[in-house]
Structures are given as C-alpha cells and as structure tokens.
Design a protein around this ligand. Sequence first.
Ligand SMILES: C[S@@+](CC[C@H](N)C(=O)[O-])C[C@H]1O[C@@H](n2cnc3c(N)ncnc32)[C@H](O)[C@@H]1O
Length: 246
Amino acid sequence: MNKKTHFGYKEVDEKDKSSHVGGVFSSVAENYDIMNDAMSFGMHRLWKMILVELAAISDKDSVLDIASGTGDIAKLISKDFPNTEIYMTDINMDMLSEGRDRAINESFYANCHFCQLSGEEIPFDDDAFDVITIGFGLRNFTNKEKGLKEMRRCLKKDGRLLVLEFSKPLNPIFSKIYDWYSFNVLPKLGSMLANDSDSYQYLAESIRMHPDQETLKSMIIEAGFSNCKFYNLLNGIVSIHVAYDE
Ligand SMILES: C[S@@+](CC[C@H](N)C(=O)[O-])C[C@H]1O[C@@H](n2cnc3c(N)ncnc32)[C@H](O)[C@@H]1O
C-alpha cells in the first residue's frame, strides 16, 4: 500500500505530495510578494530580519537558503554581508525564477547562486555550509525528518540552522481570532488579490497540520543537532528555531 501523508487537511499518497505543493506555488508565484505583505500586514519582513539577526552571520560565511521562493531572506543577507556566498534554492522553478529575476532587478545577485533543489535531498557535500536558513518552507515538505537530517549533514561543525515557520499561538483567545482570520479572511484575500482562494485555503490548513514549537524542537534534536532553542513571535503564530551542531 502507498504511504500516506497530508496535503493541508487532505490525505494523499506520499509520492504525490510534492506535485500538489508544486501546483500551489506555481499558482501563487507571480502574486506571492503582494499576498505575503497583505496577509501578514507586512510583518513577515520583520520576522525575516530577526531570523538574519539570529543567524549571527560573518562576512565570509557560506549560506544555503532552502525554499527561497522570491528571495526575501537571501536579499537581506546579501545586502548586509556582501562577501558571503549565498545559495538561493527552491524545488519549484516558477518560484525560483521569480526570485532570480528579483535578484537581478533589485541588484542583490552578485553573491547569489540559484539552484533548483529539494530540501529533502540536498545535492551538496557534507559540512558544506556555515549557515542554513529556511523560511516558511519546512511545512510543505513531504518528509520533514528527512529534510532536517539533510540540513544537519550539510552544515559545518559549529554551523547554524534557522527555521522560520508558522507555529501555535500561546493564548487560547488569540488562537480563536487567528483561526477565524485564517479560514475566513485569507482565502477571500487570495481570491481578491490573486484570483486563487484554494492556495490560501491550503496555507491555512498546512499551518494547522504543522508541528508545534516543542514538537519541532524535538524533531530537530532527533535529526542530530546537539542544541536547539526557539523564539515565539506574535504570540507564537510564528516561531524561529535556531539549531547548532556543536
Ligand atoms: C511559503 S514559500 C516561502 C518562500 C520564502 N522562503 C519566504 O519566506 O518568503 C515556500 C517555498 O517552499 C518551497 N518548497 C516546498 N517544498 C520544498 C522542498 N521539499 N524543497 C525545497 N523547497 C520547497 C516552495 O516551492 C515555495 O517556494
């Protein structure tokens, strides 16, 4: 029997999940940046700045940004640390092309490489990177455990992994308001701004299916990292996990 996993709330064959996810991101690629600003009231920009701050990057570091999409994280790193070497990567060519075009248009391509790859099977050597970042990508993986082990393998000793992802709000009242917003407002915004409510319904569902802060921390340790701590942002709607391999 085929192994099953979740695509939002739907149960699908494991082997089919990445093409379902691919469909979502190919559909949203063109409007991704506008939607991100609208849905988060621009707050995703601040969350990404905090991630880069926590990454404690040095000027000559090599950085792998997984699930880069349109390249917000790579852009911040490239501008602040012009001597780093940044690999901007994504499984989806439509998203990666948006990111590459933006890097050219906004002049942050000089220290960037662009690679289409899956974070679940990273085609780089062991110990290749000082820093690995992933923003809002892990939730979409078919096999998160496998992806985290791959990240661990590709990090140098003393390297840092930073995972920015939706998580679980701490306050139950806040959580109810957030649920209402996610299932009533998000799909409508998707429909109005991008003519695509289904992808934003998937967004809301995939967030609910993603492990909470403590569970993700355990998964990161299970993947071989020796130390992991997380920071809750906006009452835990979003968290940043920082993992080290000491
Ligand atoms: C919500 S976007 C995040 C983009 C960007 N990091 C940001 O924070 O704005 C999620 C991205 O993850 C990518 N993705 C999904 N599954 C992936 C996988 N297994 N490996 C690499 N990228 C993946 C999608 O193609 C999409 O571009």
